[in-house]
Design a protein around this ligand. Structure first.
Ligand SMILES: [Mn+2]
Length: 464
């Protein structure tokens, strides 16, 4: 259950950060509490006094205060909260945190088409496979893109180079590590992870995976040892089932119900001829045993790109139901895009004016965890809409919002009613056509509510 109360959340999430001095940890907890109450404000807006603000800048100046250390306790807590029998999806993806081309900050690297300045975050967001709930961040790496060399190197030497960017997918698998006993972790990755080394690292950590195939011409082996290209193998497979999928409108193409054919087969992925440094050290003795699941649209409307998903998985796919489970897991990937939106838009990372890359890294560490919380708030109404709101928010807030929104006082106000009322405070009109409130309105509402709560507290203290 998500804890909305900011003080408790900040203490639990950041109280274990080892920053070289206990006072720094205390300061971070205080800052996190302030940032969570006003995620879209700048640092001077988030901190309430000039003294607090100076202390925040000082904190982000310390060498011992690193991105890794700020996110570490939260990631450990997320991984440690799994219980035997749990199946968790680790949705991996990279996003660029771009501070714009005009930033004077020192130490940033190229982003976008090479003209932006910033860094990249590679995250593994843990989502419950059963109910889709966001558990938190299981691991996160920050990295810089190297400036492009003037002369392009040959392809093979590029692949051999240890600093190639795809290596980050494997590094994060190792950072996340093995699941606790009785728990299954499934890495759910897009085409960026279709790399022999990534598969091997997932296997070495005893985790499972669903990874979208990037190269349809990859050589594979059938269970009886025949060499075949992935595409040829798929063409020869029997159709197992026909199903439909709602495809949202895209690129001038209206939304449609696509008819898709399902195919699946067991395959083996042989060792590639060019070995990465990691593979030279840890080469597996046998080819990797995997299953391929394909969903293919056979009759797309004119001009539309046919839907085609080709997924590798370590889950045995012996019937259509197992294939459906794997596809369902892959369909959870948009959750990480939502997280990236929460981080980039919600926290307005780009607006934070710190002059060095190190400071920007540190403040991003804090906001990265705040963004996880934003997502949990947004989904709380969807998970358990009819539970009493007092289970996730302080009773004072629940009362306050009803007073402010001029509703009859009801101590059993539900989570959904509570969040809609908060969004209303943030400008959500709540008409039928407005749909569920977005997290930005939700947060504007929270910001106001928090202000009201502080006012009420101050009044109580003054007037007894
Ligand atoms: Mn991606």
């Amino acid at each position: 259950m998500v804890v909305l109360e900011t003080k408790e959340w900040a203490q639990v999430t950041f109280g274990e950060c080892k920053l070289g001095d206990q006072r720094r940890t205390k300061r971070l907890v205080k800052l996190a509490e302030q940032a969570a109450a006003r995620p879209d404000g700048s640092t001077p807006e988030q901190t309430e006094s000039w003294g607090d603000c100076k202390a925040a800048y000082r904190l982000f100046d310390q060498e011992d205060v690193t991105f890794d250390e700020i996110v570490r306790p939260h990631c450990e807590q997320t991984r440690g909260a799994c219980r035997p029998g749990d199946v968790k999806l680790l949705i991996n993806d990279t996003t660029e945190v771009d501070f714009g081309c005009s930033r004077r900050a020192t130490g940033l690297g190229p982003t976008g088409n090479g003209f932006g300045r910033g860094f990249f975050l590679h995250s593994a967001l843990m989502v419950d496979a059963g109910n889709g709930r966001v558990d938190g961040m299981a691991g996160q790496l920050l990295f810089y893109r190297k400036s492009k060399p003037k002369r392009r190197k040959a392809k093979n030497s590029q692949r051999r180079a240890a600093d190639r960017e795809s290596v980050v997918w494997g590094k994060l698998v190792d950072a996340v590590g093995p699941a606790p006993t009785g728990v299954k972790w499934v890495h759910v990755d897009d085409r960026g992870a279709d790399d022999f080394e990534v598969f091997c690292r997932i296997r070495a950590q005893d985790n499972s995976c669903v990874i979208r195939a990037a190269r349809l011409n990859r050589w594979l082996l059938t269970p009886d040892g025949q060499r075949v290209r992935l595409d040829e193998l798929l063409q020869a497979l029997p159709k197992r089932e026909t199903r439909t999928l709602e495809v949202p409108a895209k690129d001038k193409q209206p939304a449609r119900i696509a008819t898709l054919e399902l195919r699946y087969a067991e395959v083996q992925m042989p060792l590639p001829s060019v070995l990465t440094p990691w593979l030279r050290e840890h080469r597996p003795a046998k080819p990797l045993q995997l299953w391929v699941v394909e969903l293919r649209e056979t009759q797309p409307p004119a001009g539309a790109t046919p839907v085609r998903w080709v997924l590798y998985t370590m889950e045995p796919v012996t019937d259509a139901a197992a294939a459906q489970t794997v596809i369902g897991w892959y369909q959870c990937r948009p959750t990480i895009e939502d997280y990236h939106k929460a981080l980039k838009t919600g926290c307005h990372v780009k607006r934070r004016y710190y002059e060095t890359a190190e400071r920007l890294e540190r403040v991003t560490g804090l906001l990265s965890v705040v963004a996880v919380r934003l997502m949990q708030l947004k989904t709380a109404a969807r998970e358990t809409p009819d539970r009493p709101a007092v289970e996730v928010a302080p009773a004072q807030w629940v009362t306050l919002i009803q007073v402010v929104r001029k509703k009859p006082l009801n101590p059993r106000m539900t989570i959904r009613e509570f969040l809609r009322a908060v969004a209303g405070l943030g400008g959500h009109l709540g008409r039928k056509s407005d749909g569920e409130p977005g997290w930005i309105t939700l947060w504007r509402g929270f910001e106001k509510l928090m202000l009201l709560a502080r006012g009420a507290d101050a009044q109580r203290k003054r007037c007894g």
